[in-house]
Design a protein around this ligand. Sequence first.
Ligand code: ASP
Length: 452
Amino acid sequence: MVNKMKVVKFGGSSVANAEQISKIIEIVTADADRRIVVVSAPGKRSSDDTKVTDLLIALAHQVLGGADYEQALKDVVGRYAEIQVDLELSAEVVATIEADLRDRIENRGANELQFMDTMKASGEDNNAKVIAEAFTKAGHPAIYMNPGEAGMLLSDEFGNAEVLPESFEKLALLKDTDKIIIFPGFFGCTKAGDVATFPRGGSDITGAILAAAVKAEVYENFTDVDSVCAMDPRVIDNPPAIDCMTYREMRELAYAGFGVFHDEAIIPAVQHQIPICIKNTNNPSAPGTMVVPKRDPEHGSVVGISSADGFCAVYIDKYMMNREVGFGRRLLQILEDEEISYEHTPSGIDNMSVILRSAEMGSKEASVLERIRTELCPDNIQIEHGLSMIMVVGEGMHYTPGMAANATGAFREAGVNLEMINQGASEISMMFAVKDVDRVKAVQALGKAFFG
Ligand code: ASP
């Protein structure tokens, strides 16, 4: 039995039509270790196209609203029919998909959320069946794997389900299969036997769970970009590519511009220390970006710079704050009571600030400030909106003098006023707050300073 294996996930654009599916057959069969293949539902074939998942949601709404849903059903079936014709698969494939959708509709229960999940899940489920058939027809025997039967047990929070810990043991058995496994992403099964889906984009989660369960040598996540960029391409032209970064660096860079996948999606892979490789289905020979538990960074190097708008800072001053035991805890308790999460808490001897997303504060702002005034009796309290956070990240920054000077020098040259600086406790990041209007200018200046 072969024990080395790679779990490979293909997103919607990689399985959107026959041409893309032919590419993934080539990619998978080029490497004998690629044995578990997670697939999304067919995604967009062009920028103005509609994903099959969205067609399915529209269909489910028609059904629930009691409307005539025949056209909506045809729209979904049509996407698979096009793939079937182009891949020259048997016409029976499409008839089976149509019958499956009608069955899901006719046998729905009273729980609308559960019905919605059953319909959404059919996108990946039917695509996995089609793709398994396409592999086999191309001379590479592959089997479709039903997630529920394989042991992908999920909580019953429909549309937002989470994997149950007992799933991993059963899913680990998949490593003993000698054929290529085509595993539909995005859904699993509750203990009661109902189909439940992860949040949107959840095929990434399926891939990460499987990679963790079978202790894959790598989790390859195929998408439509060659690699993750060190900076947001909307802010800077042709940003450098990231060859390798650690999980910590990826998290520190989680602000805008790094949207290849949602970092929460890969938690299972991170917890089990499985390296992740982001690769391009349309250019598989490009090395992609590795995300690893540890790496040996070049001294003084920066891996990436990310930024996002829409933050606010609450500044609080109180004479002798440092002697007031519990001040910080009580301040953060107020936020906790109001269910507000925060991002950073830079502080001085007699002052503390909390940086958070303005949207988190929303309509709670007046009551939060009032509670701080009455419960903490500060000398002064202010809130400033319209701030941007900029993160400069790199394991190589650790123990390197002059990194902050480089950054602040860049700001000075660009004429950007710094509202706040915070060096992450981990010493692998520096955070700068600037006014929203200065963000692009500031990031461009930092790009020049660190990447030339
Ligand atoms: N098809 C699902 C979605 O569009 C899940 C995925 O593609 O990851 O959200």
